[in-house]
Design a protein around this ligand. Sequence first.
Ligand code: 2IT
Length: 449
Amino acid sequence: MNKYVESVIENVKAKHANEPEFVQTVEEVLSSLSPVVDAHPEYEKADLLNRMTEPERMFTFRVVWTDDQGNTHTNRGWRCQFNGAIGPYKGGLRFQKNVYEGIIKFLGFEQTFKNSLTGLPIGGAKGGSDFDPAGKSDAEVMRFCQSFMTALYRYISPDIDVPAGDMGVGGREIGYLYGQYRRLKGVWENGVLTGKGLTYGGSLIRPEATGYGAVYYLENVLKHEGDKIEGKTIAAAGFGNVTWGICKKAMQLGAKVVTLSGPDGYIYDPDGVATPEKVDYLLTMRATDPMHVKPYADKFGCQFVAGEKPWGVKCDVVMPSAMQNDVKMPQAEKIAACGAKYYIEVANMPTTNDALNFLRAQKHIIVAPSKAVNAGGVGVSALEMSQNSERLVWTAEEVDEKLKQMMKNIHDNSAAAAEKYGLGYDLVAGANIAGFEKVATAMMEQGLF
Ligand code: 2IT
């Protein structure tokens, strides 16, 4: 490996020993960049990689709220404005009990490369809180969001930093956050958040965009292989917004998702989550009990496996769409043996580095990385920002068409970037390189800071 790349990885390991997720993503991305840094000695001279692995700014804040019984709670909030070289900081907010600096930082780093891949002018950011949304009433969520935004609003705007949703933050939370922003600023600046409701500037297709985009990306991979999507079986995970979008688009295109998972286990539905009734039921489950996927098996009479993950089930395509590090070595070994030819990451960093390298080394499997596959979500967020700034509304067909084209460009640009460095059809390295090149060029042109 390039000596400078190696030294930066060592620096990051030393500085972030207590943030394993961040170290993991830095190692994954930087190890793809060796040939690029070999070809560009000026990057080392400008210490570009140490600069790119240090957030431009990251801050933490106190979020105090009262529950319905009048008890006071104190949570922690974060925003990491990782890299603004190519556009305003952009990235979601995650509300989950296990959130801490290392999670926000890894997501902000990934977001920088992902946002660059969309081809649109958005920098990388992430934020969130260790607030646990499970079991909270609407009123509690509203008070939490109002308090969170009161702490954050001075540091964001449509031209500075544009948060959105992530795990634990959906349309309801974005509504409360936007309401508080408007109340505090006294100005119509709806471009400050994306994932909004349709009545106040949200974009059609934004809820579907991550899942739809992932399936469009898969179609491009299949096309490259002379294959097609009709009849394919897909093992997916989770049953949230992203997986819902995958099920819906797969159904439209004649493929079927055969597994879903939750904290309680997974379901196997050989007929596929492939009728409008089944697909809609995911939304019902999500709204009533996000901790259990078993109700799907009870309702539609299929198999439920308690306490297990769906990896290893026979299928054509594996799409880990739940959360980070869902696939470790034991699961990767099952996936390598399950007959699937396509491993299409969807959730942010769903695979540990050893498992990812193991899968990439399998001759019979094509691996695609999440930062490319799930980029349609933030890509449509950028389209929402455009509509807001121009005060206009695009139709669902217009947005969907742009999303489709965007996913084709991301696939083709990743493939071309890998090809340029003699790596063949390597979508993982290609996404890292293509995402990096735009940010690197912008940083080099903007001088040292
Ligand atoms: O991981 C992601 O790309 C997101 N959660 C969406 C971010 C966004 O700004 O739409």
